[in-house]
Design a protein around this ligand. Structure first.
Ligand code: CUA
Ligand code: CA
Length: 641
């Protein structure tokens, strides 16, 4: 199909039909052409169309004409680059990088006072951390689908949770989890477990992968059997840690149920072992479930402990402390050895885990888990309602909203499409059940895979993105470090079809694909959102002792102060407000020798502080192309000896 499309495209071009013809064809494919006819200026007013219905879906393409807009946003983590990314789907265009745990001189993240305050500083004002490892991105929900308000991502290195505002696509809060190391899995909740009227995200669940002494203050170094892991609940609105639940084993990915009652994490080291051999001894590991309402009841009743200096309530979710299902806050559903990935099906009924070391997935019925917690099941294992054989090295599963699951097979370098209800029928003994429906090669070794709107009740079964860990020979060689491969697969038909592939700078792990009408960004800030905004009435230079505050405005093509005079040794703060109110008119501000570089978007205010420890003349200049006289947009910083 890919070749066919390409040939058709080539033919169109050779016949001189080119772009126009291609566009009309794109319109037939259900891709809107409105963005094109309106030109770029029209894009923000354009009502985002949902892609056309299933009839047109098998012809889904990936090529967009110049100026044509994508149908979906792809929000991706960036791994140990410490950032997050936004791409367009189906084109694969990179639209934006969002610095979070890393330093980014382009926007000034980690350089401006405002971003440093979000990232966290030491007593001397320098950044507490400059590294991070983002693995998972999940959005906030309302009524079982994305509300377009927030994205959340983790930092595995320093156990921090970051929140991104989706109107500006900037990180606005970072919370460090107490007594946690190796914060890996994360998921937003979707509904309140008690007050079902709260049908939106109020909590974020965070799993801990590396067990440590609790607290990690030098005790128990030689006795790992005393080490532990905490499952953490963070308040989505305040970003404060609400509670933690101590468990046996090491948590990997996290999932939450649509009714808000359950969260779960795959748990690959139920042995609590400190080394690989030990982590592989148990025949069964687990998917560990958390009964959110019961945990919060214990917290309310004061039935918790605290660890070290942290005041966060910690509930005991270890097996030994939870023998009776009717009062248990956790249960450990036995799965194969070292399971991976847990994903919620869009119908709200099942969690699917991948068994990694065996060629199977496990389907857990959530209604049965609740029954177990009510004491109505004999064996916990009864909650597993299917265990289809799907291929080697299964890791992560996505859904199409039509009852099918798509699981990445790391060892087979494939994605397998299988039917959940058929797998359940087969497990019950139906020998005619057709479970595995299709397999497709990917290049190579897929990790996470995710589908369009697949983590919501609006899973639409159009696209699947396979995040492949190795690209080998797929791209021009660029030295020993290879990019990763993202492959876009059309899952709208019976057979999967690979549409396109593009590179990803290492190392994205997970992502979500969000329909574009969900996302409502603003292109211009509101100046009044910044309490330190510089306006004509407060602009200028103010000295208090050796502290100098320079309040400056930018308006193309000039800074409001052509010359700034300070003395050597002064502590200088420059606050800069961009007074241009024109979309896409960003100014930059760099100061040689002083290691300063940041931008201010339309109507935005940012500030930097530094010690003027080198005398001389320094040109403050605009780094971001803004005007025909952009190069002339400079200001002299004169530092007197
Ligand atoms: Cu202002 Cu370039
Ligand atoms: Ca194990």
């Amino acid at each position: 199909m890919k070749t066919e499309q390409k040939n058709q495209h080539d033919e169109d071009l050779s016949k001189g039909k080119g772009r126009r013809n291609f566009l009309s064809r794109s319109a037939l494919l259900g891709l809107t052409g409105a963005g094109m006819s309106l030109g770029l200026a029209g894009c923000k007013d354009e009502v985002a169309a949902k892609p056309a219905a299933a009839a047109a879906a098998p012809a889904l393409g990936h090529e967009l004409a110049p100026g044509q807009l994508d149908d979906y946003y792809h929000f991706s983590s960036g791994g140990h680059s410490g950032e997050a990314r936004i791409l367009g789907i189906p084109s694969g265009r990179t639209l934006r990088r969002i610095p979070i745990f890393n330093i980014d001189p382009m926007v000034g993240w980690g350089i401006t006072n405002e971003s440093k305050a979000i990232m966290g500083t030491k007593a001397d004002g320098s950044l507490k951390y400059t590294t991070g490892d983002t693995h998972h991105m999940h959005g906030s929900y309302k009524d079982g689908t994305y509300d377009g308000r927030w994205l959340f991502t983790n930092d595995k290195i320093h156990s921090r949770l970051a929140r991104i505002r989706m109107d500006t696509m900037e990180c606005d809060k970072i919370t460090e989890l107490p007594n946690v190391m190796g914060f890996h899995g994360i998921f937003t909740d979707k509904r309140d477990p008690v007050d079902q009227a709260i049908n939106y995200t109020t909590r974020v669940f965070c799993g801990q992968e590396f067990h440590t002494p609790l607290p990690n203050d030098g005790r128990d170094l030689d006795d790992p059997s005393k080490w532990g892991c905490l499952f953490t609940c963070v308040d989505a609105a305040t970003m404060e840690v609400r509670w933690q639940c101590r468990i046996d084993g090491n948590m990997e990915l996290v999932a939450s149920s649509y009714d808000g009652k359950l969260a779960a994490s795959t748990n690959y080291n139920t042995e609590n072992a400190p080394d690989l051999a030990g982590m592989m001894t148990a025949e069964r590991d687990a998917c560990t479930f958390f009964h959110i309402e019961r945990i919060e009841k214990l917290v309310k009743e004061g039935k918790f402990t605290t660890i070290g200096n942290s005041k966060v309530p910690v509930v005991d979710g270890r097996k030994a402390a939870n023998p009776d299902p009717k009062t248990a806050v956790t249960c450990y559903v036995p799965l194969g050895k070292n399971p991976h990935g847990v994903n919620a099906s869009p119908d709200g009924k099942y969690f699917v885990t991948a068994d990694k070391l065996s060629p199977t997935a496990s389907v857990i019925e959530l209604a049965l888990v609740l029954k177990w917690f009510d004491g109505e099941l004999k064996e916990l294992r009864e909650v597993v309602v299917a265990q289809p054989e799907i291929g080697l090295g299964p890791l992560h599963t996505a859904f199409d909203g039509k009852g099918n699951a798509y699981t990445s097979l790391f060892l087979d370098s494939q994605v397998v499409k299988w039917n959940v209800e058929q797998a359940i029928a087969q497990f019950k003994g139906d020998k005619t059940a057709k479970v595995v429906l299709d397999k497709i090669d990917v290049n190579f070794q897929p990790g996470h895979g995710y589908s369009s709107m697949g983590e919501t009740k609006e899973a639409d079964g159009k696209y699947f993105n396979s995040g492949n860990k190795f690209s080998k020979d797929r791209f021009l060689p660029v030295g020993p470090l290879h990019p990763e491969t993202e492959q876009l697969i059309n899952i709208s038909g019976e057979k999967m079809v690979t549409l396109a592939e593009h590179t990803a700078y290492p190392e994205p792990h997970d992502g979500i694909i969000v329909r574009r009408d969900v996302v409502k960004t603003r292109q211009i800030y509101n100046m009044d959102d910044f309490p330190n905004a510089v306006k004509a009435e407060n602009a200028g230079i103010e000295r208090k002792g050796n502290k100098v505050h320079v309040r400056m405005m930018s308006q193309a093509p000039a800074f409001s102060m052509p010359v700034i005079k300070v003395k050597k040794g002064d502590e200088v703060t420059i606050t800069l407000t961009n007074h241009d109110k024109v979309e896409d008119l960003t100014h930059g501000c760099a100061i040689p020798t002083y290691n300063i570089c940041f931008i201010v978007n339309p109507q935005e205010t940012k500030s930097v502080t530094f010690t003027a420890d080198h005398e001389g003349a320094y040109w403050i200049y605009c780094t971001h192309f803004c005007h025909a006289l952009h190069l002339e947009m400079r200001s002299r910083l004169l530092i007197e000896a």
